[in-house]
Design a protein around this ligand. Structure first.
Ligand SMILES: [Zn+2]
Ligand SMILES: [Zn+2]
Ligand SMILES: [Zn+2]
Length: 333
């Protein structure tokens, strides 16, 4: 596999002829449960929680079939007008819970807190490597999501490029800041809280809402009300309120599960300051103009409209209706 840059959109894509899948494993054999026979390469772990079982509460391992690999230099090579790069980076599985039957929507706030701390520590650690421009943390759950393991898990990828969606946000955040000297996300938060139509829930410092220009039905963002560009910075600070965030993630997923099971969840945090990029001008005000957040994209049965193509998002449920339904959803805790 290699990375290729689309000269028209400036997006990097992963391509190559992937190796065929090996023989499928029996479904009963979970590789991520504590005590599994597989020797997985552990990178770090969080201390166990009494009563939960397992030698850890959350742990990071090298992805057993990693897409990105840690050795090498991020050398770009030209091929005429094209650019290509090797798949340098890091690819980890973040095991969210030692228990196979404790997904985020069933875990308690303290358990989710340990997972969030693990994610923050891994991001901070990998940002120490100047070769990496961005660290993504994401979760795929359910049919059609790309979920790879049954056991509650998220994935982490450190890459030598910034994913396209984050780049769009960084550019928009910078432009907005240049004009107004304010953070666009802080302004969105203030306006949404005043209006209330698209707000699902406020829990302490965190707010869940359906975005104004929703990409898919029931798209949901979770944002901190306190401005910070970097999730790991906020999460590892003494004033962090990760239990509140854990509780809001749990409750939001419970609400979304009343609509559909599968989803993608992605954390958007600031890129790596250590990577000095001449081509991107956002470094000076990055801490002021970007604002970390979580995006959840539920997967609903496709109702494709032929005229929208793939380039235009089409959401047959408005975010106002979605937020109302999610606010009123019956949830457990
Ligand atoms: Zn398991
Ligand atoms: Zn902000
Ligand atoms: Zn985002």
């Amino acid at each position: 596999m290699e990375l290729r840059k689309d000269p028209l959109t400036r997006s990097w894509v992963l391509t190559g002829d992937d190796l065929p899948e090996g023989p499928s494993r029996p479904a009963t054999d979970c590789r991520l449960c504590p005590g599994a026979s597989d020797r997985l390469q552990q990178i770090s772990s969080r201390p166990p929680i009494a009563g939960l079982g397992g030698p850890w509460s959350a742990r990071a391992i090298v992805h057993p079939s990693a897409v990105y690999h840690i050795e090498g230099t991020p050398e770009r090579r030209g091929e005429g007008l094209y650019d290509r790069m090797p798949t340098l980076g890091a690819h980890e599985v973040l095991v969210e819970n030692p228990r196979h039957d404790r997904p985020l929507w069933k875990a308690d706030d303290g358990e989710i807190e340990q997972f969030l701390l693990l994610a923050a520590q891994r991001i901070q650690d990998l940002k120490g490597d100047a070769r990496f421009r961005y660290i993504s943390v994401f979760k795929n759950y359910g049919a059609g999501s790309g979920q790879e393991f049954e056991h509650p898990n998220s994935e982490l990828a450190a890459t030598t490029f910034i994913p396209r969606r984050v780049l769009y946000e960084l550019r928009a955040g910078l432009d907005y800041f240049k004009q107004k000297e304010r953070c666009v996300f802080c302004d969105i938060l203030a306006q949404e809280m005043r209006g209330g139509q698209r707000v699902i829930e406020i829990r302490g410092d965190y707010l869940a809402l359906c975005p104004y220009a929703t990409r898919v039905p029931y798209e949901t963002w979770i944002l901190p009300r306190t401005h910070d560009s970097a999730f790991e910075h906020a999460a590892l600070s003494p004033s962090a309120k990760l239990r509140e965030l854990g509780g809001l993630i749990r409750r939001t997923l419970q609400r979304l599960r009343t609509v559909t099971e599968p989803f993608h969840l992605v954390l958007h945090t600031s890129p790596n300051h250590l990577h000095q990029s001449a081509s991107l001008g956002y470094w000076k005000t990055l801490d002021q103009d970007y604002h970390w957040h979580v995006e959840i994209l539920p997967i609903l049965a496709a109702k494709a409209k032929s005229y929208t193509f793939k380039e235009v998002y089409y959401s047959p449920v408005s975010p106002e209706t979605a937020a109302k339904r999610l606010r009123e959803a019956q949830i457990e805790i």
